[in-house]
Design a protein. Structure first.
Length: 525
């Protein structure tokens, strides 16, 4: 197959991927995306994440959300469009990396095996526009540049790879595992490198990484957010990582995540080890190293939420593409060219069917096309997004969240502050009413401390929270019921009762009023 034909097929894959992914655009935010959108909204409004709002993801994620929300005038389709574009870019960079490491056919198959799980499994409201989605093209691009085998632009490309890998870390610190893998890979001299020049590439990569991170640190310091960034992004995340989901639930979630995402791709990936032509062994080692770094990223979080597995898709796709190319090539040599092509077509068709079926199931559940064709109302559409968390615990009801936001808008002036004591900052975003202080969610105030150090920080954050409430009393306080999840095993109402200072303050100054589904509203006495 000629390069032109491969690029034509890649263009078809990208076109069909983007066309099928358009159903993501109107999908509403859930709890996680609500936090990201809240931080971006407050930033656009003159505030500063970390300093003025709680965020435990990297600053680049909030920049992406801010740019997307600016484009869509605050509508949810902005971040969803950014999500689609990030996935499409990841497909392109996986293909590019495959062309450097493997054969042209293996690269095309890798692009297909990247597109299919991103298309079929991750069209869910819980998993779209997550941090991992936006990390994918950055990690794939940096891997491609490190794998580049042309000497002329080697060091500038390696410098760029470090800069880009640093931006993945600026979305989520766990991406440091990927950057570390690329740095270690560059420490091993390639077949074209001399012993004397072996340190130039890793030094260039490290320089790019330092430049990429330093830019963010300078900006955060200038905005008075460097200390708060350390507090939330590093310190809080260390406690969050220790809040582990234990026992059979963890293993069950890992299994329920891995196999639906990858299906039989791991079986194909095993045949990567049988590649012998050219630099096949070195390419296999790079792919396996990338795979191991991605597994480390997942393991460091010890949660195994489905969107955590996203980072494993590019290296898995590369390995599976190389594996299927190996199988097809062996069949062609032993049984004839058409046999090899038939095997390739049958296996590819199987994965297209499996992931296409996943897409259909999600679409049948959400009925996005019915909404876009005006066959169901917005309220009927929002009612489709009503489910528990990954373990089936708790309750998320987008229709109730939208109704709560509507109640807030109608019963408070535009300049009012509203406290949502729970995990629903989407109410603040939809109502355009900010929280009275840094904490738009209750988790940093109510998590179970895994150590004495964690308890000290939680007490410190509680003191800041109470100081904010005394300084800027909110027009409304909203407590949530039935919002337990895998990390918080008590409802927000129960947690508010156990938070003595907050309970006393609430009972002294507020009275309970309206109730909308699980939202309990308290107004000033």
């Amino acid at each position: 197959m000629t390069t032109r034909n491969r690029l034509s097929l890649l263009a078809i894959i990208l076109f069909l991927f983007c066309l099928g992914s358009l159903v993501l655009l109107p999908v509403p935010f859930t709890r996680d995306q609500g936090i990201y959108a809240y931080n971006a909204w407050r930033w656009l409004d003159g505030g500063m994440f970390y300093r003025d709002s709680f965020g435990h993801k990297g600053p680049l994620l909030y920049l992406i959300y801010a740019a997307a929300l600016k484009l869509s005038s605050g509508a949810m389709w902005g971040p969803n469009l950014a999500d689609i574009l990030a996935r499409a870019a990841a497909i392109i960079f996986v293909y590019a990396a495959g062309r450097q490491l493997l054969s042209g056919r293996a690269a095309l198959l890798a692009a297909l095996f990247t597109a299919l799980p991103l298309f079929g499994v991750f069209n869910s409201c819980w998993w779209n526009a997550q941090a991992e989605t936006f990390m994918l093209p950055l990690m794939a691009c940096s891997a491609w540049l490190v794998a580049w085998n042309r000497e002329r632009l080697r060091l500038p490309l390696i410098l760029a790879a470090g800069l880009i890998a640093a931006q993945a870390v600026a979305i989520k610190p766990t991406a440091a595992a990927h950057a570390l893998f690329l740095f270690c890979w560059l420490l091993v001299p390639g077949p074209r490198e001399t012993e004397g020049g072996r340190w130039k590439a890793p030094a260039a990569f490290a320089a790019g990484g330092l430049i990429g991170i330093s830019g963010w640190l300078v900006y955060l310091a200038a905005r008075g957010a460097l200390g708060p960034m350390w507090e939330f992004l590093i310190v809080f995340n260390s406690f969050h990582a220790e809040s582990r989901v234990l026992g059979t639930e963890l293993w069950s979630l890992a299994q329920r995540g891995f196999w639906p995402i990858f299906n039989l791709l791991p079986v194909l990936a095993l045949f990567l080890l049988f590649r012998r032509q050219g630099e096949g062994r070195r390419a296999a080692a790079f792919t396996l190293g990338w795979f191991a770094a991605s597994v480390l990223q997942i393991g460091l979080q010890f949660k195994f939420f489905l969107y955590h597995w996203l980072v494993l898709i590019p290296p898995m796709a590369l390995a599976a593409g190389a594996g299927l190319d190996t199988i097809s090539g062996a069949a062609s040599r032993w049984f004839g060219r058409w046999t090899g092509r038939a095997i390739l077509a049958i296996v590819a068709a199987w994965f297209i069917f499996v992931f296409g079926r996943c897409w259909i199931l999600v679409e049948e559940s959400y009925q996005t096309r019915e909404y876009l064709l005006h066959r169901i109302t917005l309220a009927q559409y929002y009612a489709r997004f009503n489910a528990g968390d990954a373990f089936g615990k708790g309750d998320f009801n987008m229709l109730a969240s939208a109704a709560a936001a509507d109640y807030v808008r109608k019963n408070t002036p535009p300049e009012a502050r509203v406290l949502v004591f729970g995990y629903e900052p989407i109410v603040n975003v939809l109502s355009a009413r900010p929280a009275p202080g840094r904490f738009e969610i209750d988790y940093p105030l109510t998590f179970t401390p895994p150590s004495a150090r964690a308890r000290r920080y939680r007490d410190q954050w509680r003191a800041q929270f109470m100081a904010d409430l005394h300084k800027t009393p909110p027009a409304l306080v909203i407590l949530l019921d039935n919002d337990i999840n895998s990390l918080e095993l008590k409802t927000s109402i129960e947690q508010a009762q156990e938070f003595t200072e907050f309970r006393k303050w609430l009972n002294l100054n507020y009275k309970e009023g309206a109730v909308i589904e699980d939202f309990h509203f308290y107004s000033k006495k």
